[in-house]
Design a protein around this ligand. Structure first.
Ligand SMILES: [Zn+2]
Length: 440
């Protein structure tokens, strides 16, 4: 049993609590006491604001290598995708592991304790499977383990290069022979204490309706989360409507994909019927605002999704930027620009999207909150740096959500063990990992 006395802690309400004693037994919180004015002698003192570990619900770790190389200049999502494809074509399991370990290390330093890695680069050059057909996925598991973060490995089915188009070039590395072959391969992956396996339909561009049905059935039979990229770009909607007479959300719903275990990633360009379907199912929508800005995607209708009954989560997606606090405030602030209205989401609601919302979407209902019985996954945000000094307890939650940054994260715990202390990773030299992985 270990005890921590938090100067301030956010336990899920609109306000933070002062003097919270968190007791940890094994990997879980065993007791919680608020308003303990004087730290008990046996408890370690945590200055600042303690929050649940952040959940990054949508990542492609390897795309970290595009940072600084693909932000600048003219173009669109589609020209960016050519740069991403060139990078993906160049990766082997060792490079994939090194990039992911470095990116997950950067996430750990930013307070992330759980990553949803949306994984589609499955096979070797030309689409030839490796001897172990899950060698690339296994590299991601090893990377998360080295970085000390929990992982939901979201294995994405990918069958065609676009609606009615054969895969070309590097897309062949993403593809399994058919959805049954995808399922057989994914059945070879195993959960452990820090890894859970989930499914994805890459998008309606990459998987046709019978394939989506197979993936949805696989996830339903195993009660696994199911994710899909949905309506990130108007061109995807146009192609889907032209081919099927339905929006991507309608098509996925008819394939049996949409349920409370479903997460629509991006959900940027939705019609009223899409909002209704996602809301009625209590599905999650994972917005990735820093990537959506970068790729000129648009602004997701987070307020209308919430009002319709959908749940919200956040992801760093392309990893051009790794800061879940920036993603959280962007969900609100980008909509302010689009609507001329403030306050669609409270600071607590934004923090829920960055923690419990993501954890639930990734199949970890026992993470993303500080509560008795929950996993002891915590992030401690310092309030004494230049951005946050002078913050009062009453304003602490709003201060970190609207003005804090990954650089304010001091300590990070996963399952009762520190993975970051005093802003330093306890087992990885993350800067060196990044420079070595990115120089190759
Ligand atoms: Zn994505």
């Amino acid at each position: 049993l270990t005890a921590y006395w938090c100067e301030l802690a956010w336990l899920g309400g609109e306000e933070v609590e002062a003097g919270v004693l968190v007791e940890v037994m094994g990997d879980r919180v065993s007791a919680l006491t608020s308003r303990v004015a004087i730290p008990p002698a046996a408890a370690s003192r945590l200055a600042g604001l303690t929050i649940p570990g952040l959940a990054n619900a949508h990542s492609h770790a390897f795309q970290r290598a595009l940072r600084g190389r693909a932000q600048n200049g003219a173009g669109s999502f589609w020209t960016w995708r050519e740069q991403m494809y060139a990078l993906a074509d160049d990766l082997d399991p060792d490079r994939y592991l090194a990039l992911a370990r470095a990116a997950f290390g950067e996430m750990a330093l930013a307070g992330v304790t759980l990553v949803g890695e949306f994984h589609y680069l499955h096979h070797g050059p030309g689409g030839v499977p490796y001897d172990d057909p899950n060698e690339m996925g296994t590299a991601l598991v090893a990377a998360a383990s080295a970085a000390g973060v929990r992982l939901t490995l979201i294995d994405a089915c990918y069958l065609q290069g676009g609606i009615g188009r054969d895969p070309e070039g590097v897309q062949r590395r993403f593809c399994d022979r058919d959805a049954d072959a995808w399922a057989a391969r994914v059945d070879g992956l195993r959960d452990d204490d820090s890894v859970r396996i989930a499914a994805a339909i890459h998008s309606v561009r990459a998987v046709f309706p019978p394939g989506s049905r197979t993936v949805a059935r696989w996830a339903g039979a195993r009660e696994r989360p199911l994710h899909a990229h949905v309506s990130e770009q108007p061109a995807e909607n146009d192609a889907c409507l032209a081919a099927y007479g339905r929006t991507p959300t309608q098509l996925l719903d008819e394939a049996g994909a949409i349920s409370s275990r479903f997460t629509a990633v991006h959900a940027t360009h939705l019609v009223e019927d899409d909002l209704h379907r996602l809301g009625a199912a209590s599905a999650t929508c994972c917005l990735c605002p820093t990537t959506e800005r970068d790729l000129a995607d648009g602004i997701g209708p987070a307020r209308r999704l919430r009002a319709a009954g959908a749940r919200l989560a956040l992801g760093s997606d392309s990893n051009a930027f790794i800061d879940l606090l920036e993603e959280a405030r962007a969900m609100e602030l980008d909509e302010r620009l689009a609507t001329n209205l403030r306050g669609g989401h409270s600071a607590a609601q934004l923090m829920h999207a960055a923690t419990s919302g993501g954890a639930e979407s990734l199949g970890w209902p026992d993470a993303g909150r500080i509560a008795v019985g929950a996993l002891a996954d915590l992030a401690v945000v310092g309030l004494d740096g230049v951005r946050l000094a002078g913050t009062t307890p009453a304003g602490a939650l709003a201060a970190i959500v609207f003005s804090g940054s990954a650089a304010d994260v001091r300590h990070v715990m996963v399952g009762g063990r520190w993975i970051v202390r005093d802003a330093v990773h306890t087992s990885l030299d993350v800067s060196r990992e990044l420079s070595e992985a990115l120089s190759r």
